[in-house]
Design a protein around this ligand. Structure first.
Ligand SMILES: *Cc1c(COP(=O)(O)O)cnc(C)c1O
Length: 370
């Protein structure tokens, strides 16, 4: 049996009959950038997240950077985040002019450990960026409490967590603002590049709208230099169709995760992921910890099961961040799990047979190599 890591073709064929007529309209009307599809997406995504404003953008990395710019990040400002993330989180901090500070992660959820935050705060710290990695929200209450105590803002990296919940609040509705990504492989993915910002803050929303459109508040009148960071109608139309399916797709992911957890429970050598009791995850990625991870992955790949690594090398150990001079051993949990984490297939269209095969193959792989 072959089990892909992600099957976007299956998802696309389930929405094609709805999306293609919308794309034909866009082609006929030549209304490619902005317009009613983008406005509709913004209204519907804001409602889905339970926030006042959603601003559709070119991609998730721009979304993060525009939020930091809207918050007035300036050279010397320190922003605390995690090293267990995709590099977009920290690229956006640097590109907005900020300085990256890392804290380690919780060994159970692999998300920002709030207990380590206070020690990382300096007089230069301006904000905290928890990353809701793998579809689970970080433990936001203690993070917000520490931020409030020190006068810092909290921006959520919500790229992997669309419609996940924390104590009844949706991902993207908890910090002062949040950035999400509609990269095709995300839970809510475009048919190309797109991203967005959500916020209840009118000033941040207005600033992000201005930054995405060359700093203009009115056509050809530029208050500031901005970027070309707009969302196009082709993406917005597809995203609106997919957003209506997203609750069902996320429910399917939850049901698959439950099945994996049942099938793999109690297997020696496999550490299962933990869904924290403070919320509802949307299982962007399902990962396990194993010994001899690369050999386990190779065994599974040979038997037709695709696997992934999220992420093989922590950000602070990347060449791109050599200049930060962060010694190995500084973030022990992040460094340890990066060598052990293995992502297995997780997407809504997975069949019961595929799930059983993946679980059986993983168990066999761990017996042989783990
Ligand atoms: C995908 C992703 C981003 C960046 O989104 P793009 O749309 O690819 O620019 C940012 N943060 C995290 C955690 C991501 O997974």
């Amino acid at each position: 049996m072959n089990v892909p890591f992600l099957d976007l073709k299956a998802q696309n064929s389930s929405i094609a009959s709805e999306v293609l007529p919308l794309w034909a309209d866009i082609l006929n009307n030549a209304a490619f950038i902005g317009g009613p599809q983008v406005q509709g997406l913004e209204e519907e995504f804001a409602a889905a997240c339970g926030v006042k404003h959603a601003i559709a953008l070119s991609n998730g990395t721009d979304a993060l950077r525009f939020v930091f710019m809207a918050l007035g990040v300036k050279p010397g400002d320190e922003i605390i985040t995690v090293s267990n993330s995709f590099i977009a989180t920290t690229e956006a901090i640097s590109q907005a002019g900020g300085t990256i500070r890392f804290v380690d992660i919780d060994p159970k959820t692999y998300l920002m450990d709030p207990a380590l935050l206070e020690a990382a705060i300096t007089p230069k710290t301006v904000g905290i960026v928890p990353v809701h990695l793998y579809g689970q929200m970080a433990d936001m209450d203690p993070i917000l409490a520490i931020a409030n105590k020190h006068g810092l803002w909290v921006v959520e990296d919500a790229a992997q967590s669309q419609l996940a919940e924390y104590k009844g609040k949706r991902s993207g509705a908890v910090g002062i603002a949040a950035a999400t990504s509609f990269y095709p492989g995300k839970n809510l993915g475009a048919c190309g590049e797109a991203g967005g910002v959500t916020t209840n803050d009118d000033a941040i929303a207005a600033a992000v709208r201005q930054i995405r459109d060359h700093g203009q508040a009115k056509k050809y009148y530029h208050d500031i230099e901005g970027y070309n960071g707009r969302c196009d109608a082709i993406q917005a139309a597809a995203l609106r169709v997919k957003l209506r399916r997203l609750p069902d797709w996320n429910a399917a992911r939850r049901s698959h995760a439950k099945r994996y957890l049942e099938l793999l429970a109690g297997t020696p050598g496999i550490t299962l992921p933990t869904a924290a009791d403070y919320g509802t995850p949307v299982w962007h990625i399902f990962l396990v910890q194993v010994e001899n991870r690369d050999a386990v992955a190779a065994y599974m790949n040979e038997r037709g099961v695709a696997t992934g690594l999220h992420y093989p090398l922590p950000l602070h150990q990347q060449k791109a961040y050599k200049h930060l001079n962060i010694a190995d051993g500084t973030l022990p949990v992040t460094e340890a799990v990066a060598k052990r984490l293995l992502s297995i297939p997780m997407f809504p269209e997975l069949s019961e047979e595929q799930i059983a095969y993946v679980a059986a193959t993983l168990k066999e792989a761990v017996k042989q190599h783990g």
